[in-house]
Design a binder for this molecule. Structure first.
Ligand code: AMP
Length: 400
């Protein structure tokens, strides 16, 4: 069964096409960026190692899906004989609120719910919807399936998801913790159990998804108990450009001093804060900040410490939530690749059972691996995430 996975953002469309019957092989993948802006580019690579890069005449998501379809059929770099080979399309959708908590066939009713959920994800759900409608137009008759970032966290109990606000804002306005990166947390928790050789439904796992966006989840017996992102993906740990947890009063003061509108304050917290704001070198990329810290930049060194400290605090909090811990999992860009950040996060946690093996930690590999010492009471894993594969699997299961 061939499954196309689409992740449609505000100005980009990412795609991956899988042959599920052939060991879930990636037939082709790529990215169209700067859609609707000058200089729209497309990167495409197939399983034979052939690549195409360059500018493309793409003005909207429909153009994007059209050009993806053309590449998939291309006589040189294509991987399909006919578009009818595509049996279903899986879409990454950010916010499903309490309305959608499982992968769902995107019929008119489900799309309406995605539209309603845009009230809490105005920067994401409308673009996800445009991606769905583009696929309906270009690939008519192919079922579209929605896989929601929030779905895995649906098992959180009220004590984890309610904020200390007047209850009416939950009841009437649905303000609560939802959590994001759910597809990734679910995927790596399952993969960690497989690597460990113990059943997922007997394990206490903390998953640390540390990419440009970052969040942690406390997972007990395969079910999410708590997660660090909130009603939006702003809450929690320090991220590339997002502040994570801040005393809300600080924002009110800044808004007054600088005469900021709510939208400007939102942009300050989401786009100018986090590592970008703390390190102050014009980059939100931990690689740049680590390189500058190595050269002696004190603000960069401090930013990295703040980042590691916040993640460490969440690990401690989630060990309390879970009543212990079997496996700590690192995943996503920094979690998979930064041995120094991983070491900084678990430094000093030996006494509570997390013993890092420095030489295993320093190995770079695309494979799932254990980086704790053999005698560490709690295992530490690095598990490369694969949200696209998880979406393809959920899609195949639903339509299969
Ligand atoms: P993601 O959102 O999962 O694609 O992660 C992207 C982010 O991961 C980048 O912005 C970097 O901050 C971080 N990252 C990727 N590779 C490394 C690395 N080798 N060392 C440190 N950080 C990294």
């Amino acid at each position: 069964m061939v499954i196309l996975v689409i992740n449609a953002g505000s100005s980009s469309v990412k795609f991956t096409i899988f042959d599920m019957a052939n060991q879930k092989k990636v037939l082709a993948s790529g990215l169209i960026e700067r859609i609707g802006i000058e200089g729209t580019t497309m990167k495409y690579a197939n399983h034979r190692g052939e690549e195409v890069k360059g500018e493309v005449p793409v003005k909207n998501p429909q153009d994007a899906v059209k050009i993806i379809s053309e590449r998939l059929l291309d006589s040189k770099v294509g991987v399909l004989k006919s578009l009818s080979d595509i049996k279903a399309i899986g879409h990454r959708i950010v916010q499903g609120m309490e309305k959608i908590q499982e992968p769902i066939l995107l019929n008119a009713e489900a799309k309406n719910i995605v539209r309603e959920c845009a009230v809490l994800a105005p920067l994401h759900n409308p673009h996800n919807l445009m991606g769905i409608e583009a696929c309906e137009a270009v690939l008519p008759g192919v079922p579209n399936v929605g896989v929601f970032d929030t779905a895995f966290h649906a098992t959180m109990p009220p004590e984890a998801y309610l904020y200390g606000l007047p209850y009416k804002y939950y009841e009437n306005n649905h303000i609560r913790r939802y959590g994001f990166h759910g597809t990734s947390h679910a995927y790596v928790a399952k993969a960690a159990a497989a690597l460990d050789g113990r059943p997922l439904d007997k394990l206490k796992i903390i998953t640390a998804h540390l990419g440009n966006g970052a969040s942690l989840a406390a997972v007990k017996n395969g079910q999410c108990q708590d997660t660090s992102m909130g009603v939006t993906p702003l809450e929690g740990v320090i991220m590339g450009t997002r502040s994570g947890d801040v005393d809300p009063s600080a924002i009110f003061q800044i808004m007054k001093w600088e005469n900021l509108t709510p939208d400007e304050a939102d942009s300050l917290l989401n786009k100018k804060s986090g590592i970008l704001g703390l390190a102050n070198i014009g980059s939100s990329d931990l690689r740049d900040v680590e390189a500058e810290a190595d050269k002696g930049n004190k603000l960069c060194a401090q930013a990295l410490k703040v980042y590691a400290y916040r993640v460490k605090k969440y690990i401690g909090a989630y060990m309390a939530v879970l009543g212990g811990l079997d496996i700590l999992v690192f995943t996503a860009g920094a979690g998979e690749n930064s041995s120094t950040m991983r070491a900084a996060i678990v430094a000093g946690l030996e006494g509570i059972g997390l013993k890092l093996d420095a030489s295993k930690n320093s190995v770079r590999s695309p494979e799932p691996r254990v980086i704790s010492t053999d005698d560490s009471p709690i295992k530490i894993h690095v598990i490369p995430t694969n949200e696209e594969l998880a979406i393809a699997e959920a899609t195949a299961k639903l339509v299969g």
